[in-house]
Design a protein around this ligand. Structure first.
Ligand code: NAP
Ligand code: F7E
Length: 349
């Protein structure tokens, strides 16, 4: 059996990657969980049967606890490590820059160092979840040769982790890959990210549970793909003969406004009747346009995204309409009874 360790298994990508690896007969999946007052296993609850037969195991640790990471690597002796854990919200990173640097930046280094110290001669393969946010203000299309210019504490922390990954490969010969991923979404996306915020709100407005939606900058453009397509490529990177860095994107960008138009339009609604502007949802420095060039992933890995933008939006809208209809009918076990929109405090408060 191949032993894979996934940090961030409770997150969007971690849950899809666990599905993908457990779909292969020869994988044993270990998930890193951080201790919480209320368990948040919603996205992996369906994996109960794999847990029952021992192919999925959970371990408590935290990317901010180096000793726990060393203990975990020693205990599991993984063949593949996917580092997906992070404080991953860009706007939040302006409120908690040091925590973001610790978790998203230093956390990757703690994990790399634990692997180097514990694993010795064992050939561990390491995947780092790098981000298009590292390109920041660099003009599109962004490629693997585009100079980085991050525009947020999150982007800076990811860039630190990216270079540490490259350095562990070059300095110690670790099989370490950095996947620079453009935005990817799904019905499992956190509700504080713009795509899911929009599809959740559109569905709730459609069934009469909500009337308005507060938004920030509608002009930003993103290269949005489907998370299920992107986790497949993470695994592909670790199956190559040599470690390398890759960029994953669809090559198509849409504005937040276009996303609103499409999601509301699919429900026969006009977003202009419902959307209000809230300046606290803007960022002190914005990333205006991200459009990625995934030529290398296509040529070397044979990777192609299978879900296009309208397909992605439809999948999310349909999912959220089901949830909204359920909410209308009564409380859903495991879900809060009322929807609490994400409202950051004004910056500097
Ligand atoms: P996500 O849904 O926000 O999930 C983040 C995961 O990290 C959660 O499981 C979270 O655990 C865990 N985590 C946070 N802090 C931790 C800590 N201190 N120790 C251990 N675990 C911790 O993120 P995602 O969208 O799946 O993204 C996966 C990774 O790819 C992230 O590193 C993200 O920054 C990166 N990325 C994402 C995108 C995208 O568009 N989705 C694009 C490029 C890169 P809890 O459930 O306990 O909070
Ligand atoms: O914002 C604008 C906002 O928070 C997208 C993370 O997965 O992808 C993600 O980061 C755009 C931004 O994603 C609202 O200003 C307008 O321009 O969904 P988002 P992000 O910041 O692009 C990268 C690649 C990652 O690595 C990150 O982990 O939408 N926007 N109004 C809004 N954004 C939010 N969240 N909420 C609004 O109300």
């Amino acid at each position: 059996m191949i032993r894979a360790l996934i940090t961030g298994i409770t997150g969007q990508d971690g849950s899809y990657l666990a599905d993908f690896l457990l779909g292969k007969p020869n994988y044993e999946v270990h998930g890193l969980l951080r201790s919480r007052s209320v368990p948040n296993r919603e996205r992996i609850a369906h994996l109960g049967p794999a847990e029952a037969d021992g192919r999925l195991r959970f371990h408590h640790a935290d990317l901010n606890d180096a000793s726990a990471l060393i203990r975990l690597i020693d205990l599991i002796r993984p063949d593949e490590v996917y580092n997906l854990a992070a404080q991953s919200h860009v706007r939040v990173s302006f409120d908690v820059p040091i925590y973001t640097a610790e978790t998203t930046g230093m956390g990757a280094l703690r994990l790399l160092e634990a692997i180097r110290r514990v694993s010795g001669e064992q050939r561990v393969k390491f995947y780092q979840a790098s981000s298009a946010e590292m390109f920041g203000s660099a003009p599109p299309p962004q490629t693997l040769r585009t100079p980085f210019h991050p525009r947020s504490p999150y982007g800076c922390a990811k860039l630190y982790a990216h270079w540490q990954t490259v350095n562990y490969r070059e300095a110690y010969g670790l099989f370490a890959c950095s996947g620079i991923l453009f935005n990817h979404e799904s019905p499992r996306r956190g509700e504080q990210f713009v795509s899911r915020k929009i599809t959740r709100a559109a569905a709730r407005i459609k069934v009469g549970l909500e009337r308005t939606l507060a938004m920030g900058n509608l002009d930003a453009r993103r290269d949005w793909g489907f998370a299920g397509d992107y986790v497949r490529a993470m695994w592909m990177m670790l199956q190559q003969d040599e470690p390398d860095d890759y960029l994953l994107a669809t090559g198509q960008a849409h504005s937040v406004r276009q996303l609103l138009e499409m999601a509301f339009g699919m429900l026969d609604l006009d977003y202009r009747d419902h959307v209000t502007f809230d300046p606290t949802l803007t960022r002190p420095a914005e990333v205006d346009v991200l459009i990625g060039d995934a030529t290398k992933a296509r040529d070397r890995l044979g990777w192609r995204p299978e879900v296009d933008f309208p397909g992605l939006v439809r999948m999310m809208v349909e999912n959220d309409l089901d949830i909204a209809r359920g909410e209308l009918a009564g409380p859903i076990p495991g879900r809060p009874t009322s929807h609490i929109p994400f409202r950051p405090e004004p910056l500097g408060s």
